[in-house]
Design a protein around this ligand. Structure first.
Ligand code: TXA
Ligand code: MG
Length: 307
């Protein structure tokens, strides 16, 4: 059900949850001040309670009351990338943020989204927690119809059109340097100019105490099984590029020389696999191992995991 900005703000204030567009993916929003609504976010997504949420705000000023201390370069990162697809995990004053939103951690994740409707809504409502608006484990939603497919046609949606970026925000945490704990719309090199170094990418699998709980779960996956092996075998279809020829039906990601367009189409293409009813799909991973392609490769690897 499509709703207006005013209706979305009113629902959020009364403890309801609403799908909200951002430039990355649609979010499933609840007011940070409504524990009942935050609980609904976890139950309606089927999200484990140990996977914390990102707190979205309209401006950096809105987070100063929550943060215990700002690690080096926080302000410079915020100035360079907010509003935009960057999430910063910061140490917080614990009594200021409901424990349930941050899964009991002494930190919280913050982002200022760059979408006019999300901005206008946040000004009306104050801080909103927003995980991606998909059922847990499913591909993220990058248009209103994807949200309807997962949550039903009566679910309240603020329709902001297709998300321009199409991949989630990049998440940084400060240990003794800034580290990427989830690859996203901003590639690692994007931070070199501000930080003077390229942050390393911390893979959850390599760590006993994961810095990003969400990275442990199966993600972004269609029902079909995806093969990332170098050669096409018996698969029903190909997830590949519009400028290449394949001997099986193609679900296109867009042109092989344009990672931004591929990112924009990515979750629609994953969802299209199930709409077409394919059981097995071969993925063309013959693309560069640089920049945004690395995020796309990581999403494909997650989507191809069996459980
Ligand atoms: O682009 C995005 O970031 C989208 C839009 C809606 O803003 N949101 C999004 O949220 O992707 P979600 O819930 O699907 O992913 C948030 C990730 C999870 O992997 C979670 O574990 C991690 O952020 N996270 C949240 N709080 C954290 C914290 N305090 N420490 C470490 N990781 C945290
Ligand atoms: Mg998600």
């Amino acid at each position: 059900m499509r709703i207006s900005l005013e209706e979305a703000a009113a629902l959020l204030k009364t403890g309801e949850i609403v799908a909200v567009p951002t430039e990355t993916v649609y979010g499933l929003a609840a007011s940070l001040e409504r524990p009942d609504a935050i609980a609904k976010v976890f139950t309606s997504k089927g999200r484990p309670s140990n996977n914390p949420l990102i707190i979205h705000v309209a401006t950096i000023e809105q987070i100063t009351d929550y943060v215990d201390n700002f690690p080096p370069f926080t302000k410079e990162l915020a100035q360079a990338f907010w509003p935009g697809p960057l999430t910063l995990v910061l140490p917080i004053i614990e009594k200021q943020i409901p424990s349930q939103a941050r899964a009991g951690l002494p930190t919280a994740a913050f982002r200022v989204p760059n979408h006019p409707l999300a901005q206008a809504l946040l000004i009306k409502t104050g801080p909103l927690v927003m995980p991606s608006a998909n059922k847990s484990g499913r591909p993220s939603a990058t248009q209103a119809s994807h949200v309807e497919d997962d949550f039903g046609s009566h679910f309240p949606i603020l329709d902001g059109g297709p998300c321009t970026r199409g991949l989630e925000s990049t998440i940084l945490i400060y240990t003794n340097k800034w580290v990427i704990i989830r690859q996203g719309s901003l590639p690692a090199q994007a931070f070199q100019e501000i930080l003077g170094y390229i942050p390393t990418i911390q893979m959850a699998e390599n760590s006993h105490t994961p810095l990003c709980p969400g990275q442990l779960f199966r993600h972004y996956a269609p029902q079909a099984s995806l093969s990332l092996s170098p050669k096409l075998q018996q698969e029903d279809a190909v997830l590949g590029f519009s400028d290449r020829n394949y001997p099986k039906p193609l679900i296109t990601l867009g042109p092989s020389n344009d990672p931004e367009t591929v990112a924009h189409h990515f979750y629609s293409a994953l969802r299209e696999i199930d709409i077409q009813g394919y059981q097995t799909v071969w993925v063309d991973t013959d693309f560069p191992r640089t920049g945004l392609w690395l995020t796309l490769l990581e999403r494909l690897q997650k989507a191809s995991q069996k459980s």
